[in-house]
Design a protein around this ligand. Structure first.
Ligand code: G4P
Length: 294
């Protein structure tokens, strides 16, 4: 299954973002710490390199991610030119308060009392841009919600006399190149519900958890995962939660929703769906999706 989702308003959002890029100093790119590269929109990089703008990569939802994987990602991004990375939870206002100073370091030429530092928040839907924005401006200005693409128009806000920030809508990209990225995004709920098939996503997630976090899986659902496959994990969840269909068969659909929701809510523990090392292996072995589907 190829997961593709590119509503019409995204095209105008991209155009508007390109315009705003011309008049800002630093891009704050919000990523999901559990899947930083899969939640990276190549359009953001393209737009900011075109204008040569530095970038603070915010690995958000770090409270849900595996700390070891997050550390590896921070090292990975800090090696890139014009990039600094920070891991945090946008729900933690103390951590968010560090952002203006980190951005200031990326634009030393704006570090005086005359010129304002102009920042711009970018990222795909549901990575936590609105939550971050609200924490930065210390009031509720953006609509925050778990449905992707809730923030739809651009707004500029004054954080202090020296810092301003522009909010952009969640930017999806026309084509997700790698199928596993689509599945990771769907598992983390960054693509719209209507574009995904829960059961396939749940089997993908179960396979990944079996491989990398078998102990967390066994602890959460209370059955041994040794020697079983991803489908059996979902069936096991159905049995454990007494999710049965009329004929008594395990209800695979409901169990898939339970597994996905538990992962999204962090109930399985701190989990990262990819690390720099697993990403490298994926890129070495996987082929890109064929034609563009819009
Ligand atoms: P967006 O603007 O990028 O689309 O994302 P938004 O801020 O709407 O956040 C999407 C969901 O992610 C929200 O959940 C939000 O609370 C949650 N979230 C944002 N940042 C963090 C974080 O650092 N850690 C965790 N654990 N969650 C985060 P929601 O279910 O819609 O709302 P809520 O009930 O959690 O408030």
């Amino acid at each position: 299954m190829a997961i593709q989702w590119y509503p019409g308003h995204m095209t105008s959002a991209r155009k508007k973002a390109a315009e705003t890029m011309a008049s800002i100093d630093v891009v704050i790119e919000v990523l999901d710490a559990r899947l930083p590269e899969a939640s990276t929109n190549p359009i953001v990089r393209e737009l900011r390199l075109h204008r040569q703008r530095p970038c603070l990569k915010v690995l958000n939802k770090a409270d849900l991610a595996d700390p070891e994987a997050t550390k590896a990602w921070i090292d990975y991004y800090n090696q890139q030119d014009g990039v600094k990375a920070v891991a945090l939870s946008s729900k933690n206002h103390g951590e968010v308060a560090r952002i203006p100073a980190l951005c200031q370091r990326l634009a030393p030429h704006r570090n005086d009392n005359i010129k304002q530092l102009r920042m711009m928040i970018m990222g795909i839907p549901n990575v936590g841009k609105s939550t971050l924005m609200n924490a930065l401006v210390k009031r509720k200005i953006a609509k925050v919600g778990d449905e992707p693409a809730v923030t739809k128009s651009q707004q500029m806000h004054q954080i202090s006399v020296r810092h301003s920030i522009t909010d952009t809508p969640g930017l999806m990209w026309p084509k997700i190149e790698y199928p596993s990225d689509g599945l990771m995004l769907a598992a983390s709920h960054a693509v719209g519900r209507n574009a995904i098939i829960d059961e396939e996503v749940a089997v993908f997630l179960a396979g990944l958890l079996l491989d990398r976090y078998p102990v967390l899986l066994a602890e959460r659902y209370g059955f041994s995962v040794e020697g079983i496959d991803a489908v059996a994990v979902v069936e096991g969840v159905a049995k454990r939660r007494a999710l049965r269909m009329r004929g008594g068969e395990p209800d695979f659909e409901k169990a898939s929703s339970v597994l996905l929701q538990d992962y999204r809510d962090g109930k399985l523990g701190r989990i990262s769906l990819e690390t720099p090392a697993t990403r490298r292996v994926m890129l070495d072995t996987k082929t890109k999706l064929p034609a563009v589907v819009e």
